[in-house]
Design a binder for this molecule. Structure first.
Ligand SMILES: Cc1cc2nc3c(=O)[nH]c(=O)nc-3n(C[C@H](O)[C@H](O)[C@H](O)COP(=O)(O)OP(=O)(O)OC[C@H]3O[C@@H](n4cnc5c(N)ncnc54)[C@H](O)[C@@H]3O)c2cc1C
Length: 409
């Protein structure tokens, strides 16, 4: 092994470079990055705090990625979450679990994670060349022999494609990794923006922009999906909804929008109360607070702008608790526990945190991440057809797959 080329200086590419330099000490390891600096997207993760992983063991972490989870196990065992934390600790970056689940650098600075990776690259004499875009692969008789960049040809005996997904083009999202894979004969699975806010058919959420509801529960109101609720803080936006549960369910909604013009959701605005409990509460309001307006009573539980919209939908804007008819009570209880919203689109690639779809796993060896079509060609990170929810899943996959793709075998 004389030269290892890595396409992309994100978390997958930098970790791959470090492991390659350790596993092939005589080889020259070169990382090619199209942007003017490495790790641009890494710096934006977790709102700049970088949620690098979580406390789940490899198997549970992998299951969150869906039906292809088993493919991930060899990589996650090559560099599991606890070893990733140790790896950074040994390089001076302490990590903490503040909420019992998410792992962040204790400093809450993504920069510390990136600096540790770059310092390790420097220590191992890895060359990180920025401002260079890989355009094509050089292949001879089903064997990789290098890459063609916008600055000329480079030869290599191993090429690791760690070019990420399509999202956040300003942070390096590009479709070139998929083109390179197709050139090598790999299939690619259609890509969708995932981990993004959702845009609703209804315009009223816009009137509630900025309002957050802490204990919401959301279901996709289609036969096969009703059983999986997403819980957490729901946020109203200019064009629809966002917040952790929405972002997580967007992975599925974007795919469903291929088959359905709109995707119906039902939202319980406060999981502590069901339909029956709301009806009981309305009775108490009628008994104890009959002269008060329903919307004022409700606004003791939800922000006023949201209450206003709910009362318009239930036609209770100008009704006192004493004159609250049974049909309207049922309507309001229904809106509070099964608020219907119809999704017409996810936010664009500019706002999606990850890409769903990508290079198909069928012709890649999960034990090595080597192509089964072109020897010496490897894939790591988000370029592959794997995407996880929010919560450190995607970065763990990027680091672990980078480590495995650079192993000797
Ligand atoms: C705003 C935001 C917040 C996020 N927060 C979290 C979080 O807290 N926790 C978490 O687990 N995940 C988070 N993610 C997801 C996570 O950032 C990605 O899953 C992860 O960065 C993927 O790593 P990667 O190395 O595969 O790809 P990337 O990080 O995208 O790196 C790929 C690199 O390849 C370069 N490149 C692409 N094409 C070429 C080419 N042809 N030639 C040369 N270079 C090329 C790109 O410029 C880029 O630098 C977040 C994403 C975003 C956008």
């Amino acid at each position: 092994m004389k030269t290892v080329i890595i396409v992309g200086a994100g978390p997958a590419g930098l970790m791959a470079a470090i492991f390659a330099a350790q596993n092939f000490p005589a080889a020259k390891v070169v990382v090619l990055e199209q942007l003017t600096r490495p790790g641009a997207r890494l710096l934006a993760t977790g709102g700049g705090k970088c949620n690098i992983t979580n406390v789940l063991p490899p198997e549970e972490l992998a299951r969150a990625f869906g039906r292809q989870w088993r493919f991930m196990l060899p990589a996650l065992h090559a560099l599991p979450p606890n070893e990733l934390r140790e790896w950074f600790q040994l390089r001076g970056v302490e990590t903490s679990v503040t909420d019992g689940f998410h792992v962040f650098p204790t400093s809450e600075k993504a920069n510390d994670i990136l600096n540790a990776l770059i310092a390790e690259c420097n220590r191992l004499n890895i060359e990180i060349k920025t401002g260079i875009t890989v355009r094509e692969l050089l292949i001879d008789k089903n064997q990789i022999c290098g890459v063609i960049t916008d600055h000329g040809k480079l030869s290599a005996q191993r090429v690791i494609i760690a070019s990420g997904g399509r999202s956040y083009p300003t942070l390096g999202g590009s479709g070139i990794g998929y083109q390179l894979a197709r050139q090598a004969g790999h299939e690619t699975i259609k890509t969708f923006p995932a981990l993004a806010g959702l845009q609703t058919v209804e315009s009223w959420p816009g009137a509630c922009t900025g309002i957050a509801v802490a204990n919401a529960q959301i279901i996709i109101d289609l036969p096969k999906h009703r059983r999986t609720p997403w819980r957490g803080e729901l946020l109203f936006t200019h064009h629809g909804i966002s917040g952790p549960p929405v972002i997580n369910l967007s992975r599925f909604v974007s795919e469903l929008l291929e088959k359905h013009q709109t995707v119906p959701l039902k939202i319980n605005l406060d999981v502590k109360y069901d339909h029956e409990q709301w009806l009981q509460r309305f009775e108490l309001w009628q008994r104890d607070n009959g002269t008060k307006m329903v919307k004022n009573l409700l606004s003791t539980m939800f922000p006023a702008r949201l209450t206003e919209q709910l009362c318009i939908l239930a036609e209770t804007e100008n009704i006192t608790a004493a004159r609250f008819p049974a049909t309207t009570r049922r309507k309001l209880a229904e809106l509070l526990t099964a608020l219907p919203l119809n999704i017409k689109s996810t936010e664009s690639w500019h706002k999606a945190m990850v890409t769903r779809g990508g290079v198909a796993l069928n012709a890649i060896n999960p034990n090595t991440l080597e192509s089964q079509i072109i020897s010496g060609l490897y894939f790591a990170g988000e370029v592959l057809d794997l995407d996880g929810p929010c919560g450190g899943y995607n970065l763990q996959w990027a680091f672990s797959s980078g480590a495995l793709a650079a192993k000797k075998h």
